[in-house]
Design a protein around this ligand. Structure first.
Ligand SMILES: *[C@@H]1O[C@H](CO)[C@@H](O)[C@H](O)[C@H]1NC(C)=O
Ligand SMILES: *[C@@H]1O[C@H](CO)[C@@H](O)[C@H](O)[C@H]1NC(C)=O
Ligand SMILES: *[C@@H]1O[C@H](CO)[C@@H](O)[C@H](O)[C@H]1NC(C)=O
Ligand SMILES: *[C@@H]1O[C@H](CO)[C@@H](O)[C@H](O)[C@H]1NC(C)=O
Length: 239
């Protein structure tokens, strides 16, 4: 069973990058050219994206001799495994700015998803700005919104919402909200699992909840659930 088999977090990431500027629903419907839904396909590179190796070296940070040690941590994709053939590349600040300029990004889920927000923002913002927002980002169990404005030199026009949605059913409600409002983010990242496991701990219930979430995500797409599984890897990833 996936739930107990080491896959603690089922992350569902839907990235639909359509136009760089807050597209309306009609843009959404008309401009998705090819969409592939991935569902645990064994031969997909998406499944190998977590095959990373860490290089961790201790670094003594205190000159007081109290032995305080920090670590330099560097990661890269495994050079031996299957991931080698996938040509994954790390994105730098410049790439992220190019890709996300003008986008509305929604990250929804539990505290793992909040960490994704932190990582993404720390790629875009400088240390000073990052320090300023951390308190608000980490207000317990609440939503968070930031508009990264392009007025500030070198930043971009981007809106990011974090939606506190600890249970899978909360994600499903969010999807229904998008559908009802007819507003859709350009990039949607969802993650839930940990909270459910801690507070509900019922694998079949979780299974049912994920099925419902999947249907609600697919129902946002501008076509039926009969999706072409062989097309190019762009558009949507449900994995
Ligand atoms: C973002 O897009 C706007 C509008 O095209 C452009 O003026 C700005 O330079 C872009 N910012 C970055 C960092 O690419
Ligand atoms: C998430 O769903 C649960 C169960 O339906 C509900 O009690 C809770 O209020 C929801 N939380 C949020 C933040 O929507
Ligand atoms: C839908 O619109 C209502 C009213 O503007 C807003 O409060 C709610 O957050 C929106 N929901 C979503 C999922 O965008
Ligand atoms: C677990 O969830 C399933 C499906 O929702 C339900 O039928 C079952 O009664 C639940 N089991 C427990 C122990 O709550």
């Amino acid at each position: 069973m996936l739930f107990f088999g080491g896959a603690l977090f089922i992350t569902l990431a839907v990235g639909v990058h359509l136009t760089p500027y807050f597209p309306s629903v009609s843009d959404f419907v008309s401009s998705v050219k090819s969409v592939v839904v991935y569902d645990n396909r064994e031969d997909s590179c998406i499944n190998l994206v977590n095959e990373v190796v860490w290089d961790v070296k201790p670094r003594v940070i205190s000159s007081e001799g109290d032995g305080t040690v920090d670590y330099d941590k560097i990661w890269d994709w495994s050079r031996n495994g299957k991931a080698k053939g996938c040509d994954f590349e790390k994105l730098g600040r410049g790439d992220v700015k190019d890709l996300l300029n003008g986008s509305w990004i929604v990250v929804a889920g539990d505290s793992q998803a909040r960490l994704t927000v932190q990582s993404l923002l720390s790629l875009i913002l400088d240390e000073k700005r990052m320090a300023m927002i951390m308190g608000d980002l980490y207000k317990k169990h609440s939503d968070y919104e930031i508009v990264v404005d392009e007025i500030v030199v070198d930043e971009i026009g981007m809106k990011l919402d974090f939606v506190w949605a600890p249970y899978v059913v909360n994600l499903t409600s969010l999807m229904m909200g998008f559908k009802k409002n007819r507003t859709y983010p350009d990039v949607l990242v969802m993650g839930a699992g940990l909270w459910h496991m801690l507070h509900v701990n019922n694998a079949s219930d979780y299974d049912v909840a994920l099925e419902n979430l999947r249907s609600s995500v697919v129902s946002l797409l501008p076509f039926s659930s009969e999706l072409d599984m062989d097309g190019p890897v762009t558009g949507v990833c449900v994995c």
